[in-house]
Design a binder for this molecule. Sequence first.
Ligand SMILES: Cc1cc2nc3c(=O)[nH]c(=O)nc-3n(C[C@H](O)[C@H](O)[C@H](O)COP(=O)(O)OP(=O)(O)OC[C@H]3O[C@@H](n4cnc5c(N)ncnc54)[C@H](O)[C@@H]3O)c2cc1C
Length: 494
Amino acid sequence: MEDFDVAVVGYGPTGATLAHLLGQCGLKVLVLERESAAYHLPRAIHFDAEVMRVLQWIGVAEDIEPLTALHPGMRFVDGEGHLLLDWPRPQGIGPLGWRANYRFHQPDLERLLRDRMAGLPNVDIRTRCDLFLVEDKGEHVALRYEDMRVGKVVRTQAKYVVGCDGARSLIRRFIETGMEDLGFHERWLVIDTILNKPKPELGEHSIQYCVPDRPATYVRGPGLRRRWEITVAPDEDSFAVTRPDKVWELLSPWLKPEEAELERAAVYVFHSLVAQEWRRGRLFLAGDSCHQTPPFMGQGMCAGIRDAANLYWKLALVCQGKADESLLDSYESERRPNAHEYIATAVRLGGLINTCGTEQALRAALPAANGMAMMESIAPPLGPGIGTGGKAGLLFGQPRMADGRLMDDLYRHRFVVVADADLAAGLTLPEGVALVTTQMCPDAAGHLLRLGARAVVLRPDRYTLGSADTQEELRALMAQILPAPIALHEPEML
Ligand SMILES: Cc1cc2nc3c(=O)[nH]c(=O)nc-3n(C[C@H](O)[C@H](O)[C@H](O)COP(=O)(O)OP(=O)(O)OC[C@H]3O[C@@H](n4cnc5c(N)ncnc54)[C@H](O)[C@@H]3O)c2cc1C
């Protein structure tokens, strides 16, 4: 029987990202996807610099960038149009090597991820294949799926299975986890339009209309795409509000029918849920299967891509026999609190939009708006996991090397020591670990300064394992770089 290192269930953005990263590390990967094509309707419209950095590792950042729109920030207004809060977002290239925020069209990204997969022969993509059974046998997982192209049930096996199978996850049922409910469940009408010609008065900002009767959000998408998300009242029928006449009535404060085409109008129930368990034995969850958020922070897909970036290198090391299986325990302990915090912030924000929040309340809900508008990221740190000290589990920036290249382009999938040149003098590194000093990369000095450390050890996902201010501390930190040397296989195509 065929035998895979990892079976990824679901080929949405989380599954595609994970399959790319595992594939780049040389693992034998199976992707099972029920549908024949990517979900064609727009969902996510925003991603952040951390996600762009992961797309850089995959090799699609330069392709998606021209298809994005920049985002000056978010404004909150009341029913009379008075500005309650202006939340500008940083402009220009930030410390991660990319802009803080991008507006995009999710089908564009999914197409690029799928096209790029052709370069990874060790990743086997099987669409129209519906998984219906997994059995953790201790040494491996047995899978059974229906290949709907030929109506045949197929048995296969993998060392690990990751359920990137969305909100109605089958793998979540096999894990038998409960979901923590953060209390937000609302129907919102999502209307995507394509303008017939530019309409500058709509503006570049995202706007939250804090109007108690009908809270709404406006988002400027790339090109001529514009989105409105509007609450559906409890007594309104979900079907009736999606009828074109009703949709145009709701859009009338901003748009006339002759100004745009309706791409779609659909009612979604936005939830705020986090799975209590993200792993059981050889089964894992990632993406919407283990967390669902209201879209006010634009972070649902971003969280799934962060899950993939956290999990891939741990699975790669374990599958390659370079790390103990216990490393995999850190996936849930690190990722769950981070995803939880984003959702809690989105719920707070949603509550305020609904209740016509005051400027003070809005500022309290949005710590990053509180005089820290130039912060690169509102990202909470990882939960407890591998690494030690107060400076473990923080996302490190991406310095530019002296020749202009970004650090991750040189040292993809590897542990990296970034150190002050004096501190690094005479240092012997474990095999496979890269060294970036402030001498070879002057730009690194500012990144170290920002963290308040003379040296850091970075994991392959570019979170810090910890920091050091002396050679002794650095040696002790390097000793934590897992017992086996880290030298993940980088295929030639990179
Ligand atoms: C209106 C709206 C706006 C949003 N805005 C944003 C935003 O601005 N920014 C952001 O980051 N996120 C946003 N999101 C959230 C984002 O779209 C989702 O979080 C993201 O698409 C989830 O990706 P995923 O890969 O985890 O799951 P999905 O995209 O749902 O993919 C799961 C896949 O698994 C497949 N599958 C399921 N079960 C099986 C099975 N048994 N066998 C085989 N295949 C199976 C499904 O067919 C599907 O293709 C928004 C969502 C909505 C609805």
